[in-house]
Ligand binder design. Structure first.
Ligand code: BT5
Length: 236
């Protein structure tokens, strides 16, 4: 992977569109960091704002999002000795026993240009950055958890190494071994959740994720629902 580093960018995902397969774009801060559905992603100095450009075998952005989630979970454990969990579909969360807070969000986008197609995996991980007051109830950073500054160089190297190894597994062995690992790290199975989709909100218990990365939920009336997009709120 070839890494290009910037002091400041509007968005690493936007900049990454100018790069080919195998490139990585890193910014020390973003002025217009984005989440899903054009939501604002707060990206002050000190965080890890990074985009990886790929041409994967799959067209399913969630498979690659899942690969990135496992890589982030492993790197946080390796570098900071913190146990985190994955929250479907694109978050890494930290549960301190009293609350569940978002530590990292992943935004994977497919880009089509003529006949060529690439994917951009954007990873936003709160490391040494400060968070605004309005996110304090639902977000946290590695520095807030450990009380110490994280070595960003180590964290970045660990993340790229883990991602590379997992992506290699995806290319050579397919998605199934990675889905097994993702499920082991998922922090919402068996928990009561609310899922807000673009059309409506559902309440129930998360019970599984299927082979197409859809969340399988047992709704309050006992029926089973498979959900392909949305935001999960953990209720208890
Ligand atoms: C995500 O969106 O979680 C995907 C975030 C991806 C950010 C990376 S940074 C590098 C690359 N370049 C970009 O421009 N983007 C990617 P979503 O699930 O839609 O979550 C967005 C919501 O998270 C917001 O509406 C806020 O409520 C909350 N949020 C905003 N900034 C946050 C932060 N720094 N930490 C935790 N939560 C945040």
């Amino acid at each position: 992977m070839r890494v290009t580093h910037f002091k400041s960018l509007a968005s690493t995902n936007k900049k990454a569109r100018e790069f080919n397969d195998g490139n990585v774009v890193i910014a020390e801060m973003q002025t217009k960091g984005r989440g899903k559905n054009k939501r604002k992603w707060h990206s002050g100095r000190g965080g890890m704002w990074i985009s990886i450009v790929l041409m994967p075998k799959t067209d399913n952005i969630w498979e690659i999002t899942f690969v990135a989630s496992i890589a982030v979970q492993r790197s946080i454990k390796e570098v900071c000795s913190i146990e985190t969990r994955i929250k479907w579909p694109n978050d890494i969360i930290y549960d301190d026993g009293t609350s569940v807070k978002k530590l990292c969000g992943i935004l994977t986008e497919s880009i089509f240009k003529g006949c060529s197609k690439k994917m951009i995996v954007g990873i936003g991980l709160n490391a040494n950055n400060s968070l605004p007051y309005y996110l304090k109830d639902k977000a946290t950073s590695l520095k807030d958890i450990t009380g110490q500054r994280v070595n960003m160089r180590k964290l970045t190297c660990s993340l790229l190494r883990n991602f590379d190894a997992l992506y290699d597994t995806h290319t050579k062995k397919g998605f199934m071994p990675l889905l097994m690992e993702w499920k082991r790290l998922c922090g919402i199975f068996g928990r009561s959740i609310k899922i807000i989709t673009q059309r409506k909100a559902y309440y129930g218990k998360a019970i599984d994720v299927d082979d197409e990365c859809r969340l399988v939920v047992r709704l309050k009336d006992g029926s089973i629902k498979r959900i392909s997009e949305g935001d999960v709120v953990v209720l208890k």
